[in-house]
Design a protein around this ligand. Structure first.
Ligand code: ZN
Length: 327
């Protein structure tokens, strides 16, 4: 796969394609941006382009010996370094130092990706600096970092920074659709929830736990209007059991109410976030006035704020549930 297969990140891709086009490949790059935004994916693709002996500006050839070895994960001219535990230490970086001195075997270049380079210890960073100061002409280092500022200034100043920005929801949706089909369960929700970060959307789609959580949240909201007070207190146990994910649950609830608001205003189901739940949403929407839905969304946000400010978890959740149930 080459740059032509990447969805979104247009600026990043244009800049790297220009480097390919004008033959001005840097010795070191830092790909910076939020976790899940696509840095590692693009770094892997860029490495494949740099390793190929016949790449154009957008795609590796896929058939030269360097490509074939790279695709099978056996090209010695490419190395991926990532943290074994929580940090990347001096030993791992010293290995690079030894390796850069040996000329490439199958490619014009030797390419190193250091994943989550912001996890390098200071010692490791200082060690890397020696390579960055006088890299052999064939070496390209690609560092990915969510936290650009934790790289030493001396490293930052020797590497070209490529900043990754959020994608649009439509682009995130497209990535999911290409991987899991247009009808993937929860696709609209995941695209909206991910807020431009593809990794977050894929995590949501791929996690059974999330799918279960979403189903249960829907059940909960679906019956809240007709429930008795006793039900409210038993509903709390759902929150208690999933306390670590309370933010996700509240997001799911807020998006359900948002969808009911939309459904009350228009018949257009295309703009629903939870389009796979359209029947439940349209049925429920009739039970509420728009003012009430706006107030309910505010209740959910109030509960979120209260919990964040260390209010009693149970009280905050129950108070919200009681308010949501009230006429
Ligand atoms: Zn090739």
């Amino acid at each position: 796969m080459g740059f032509s297969g990447v969805i979104g990140q247009e600026e990043v891709i244009r800049s790297l394609e220009n480097d390919m086009k004008y033959g001005r490949i840097g010795h070191a790059y830092v790909f910076s941006g939020t976790a899940g935004i696509g840095k590692k994916t693009v770094a892997g693709i860029f490495a494949g382009m740099l390793i190929c002996n016949a790449a154009d500006i957008s795609d590796p050839c896929g058939v030269c010996q360097a490509c074939r070895l790279f695709i099978s994960g056996a090209n010695p001219d490419f190395r991926l370094i990532k943290a074994e535990g929580t940090s990347i230490g001096g030993d791992e970086i010293r290995e690079i130092q030894g390796s850069v001195a040996i000329r490439p075997m199958y490619s014009k270049r030797k390419v190193y990706i250091i994943e989550d380079a912001d996890n390098m210890t200071v010692q490791a960073q200082n060690c890397l600096l020696k390579t960055l100061e006088e890299p052999p002409s064939y070496v390209v280092l690609i560092l990915t970092a969510s936290n650009y500022e934790s790289l030493l200034e001396t490293i930052r100043s020797r590497a070209r920074r490529i900043s990754f920005k959020k994608n649009t929801n439509a682009q995130v949706r497209q990535v999911i659709a290409e991987k899991y089909g247009n009808d993937a369960r929860g696709i609209e929700f995941a695209a909206a929830y991910a807020d431009g970060i593809i990794g977050t959307a894929l995590d949501l789609i791929e996690t059974e736990e999330f799918i279960g959580l979403r189903e249960k949240t829907f059940e909960l909201v679906n019956r809240i209007k007709n429930s008795g007070l006793a039900d409210i207190f038993s509903t709390f146990s759902f929150f208690e059991d999933n306390r670590d994910d309370y933010n996700v649950i509240l997001d799911m609830m807020a998006m359900f109410y948002r969808d009911m608001l939309v459904a009350g205003e228009t018949e257009n189901e295309k703009i629903l976030i939870n389009s796979d739940k359209r029947d439940i949403i349209f049925n429920n929407a009739r039970k509420y006035s728009p003012q009430q839905l706006v107030a309910d969304i505010e209740q959910i946000e109030a509960a979120r704020r209260a919990i964040k400010q260390n209010a009693n978890f149970q009280l905050a959740v129950e108070q919200m549930l009681i308010k949501l149930r009230e006429e």
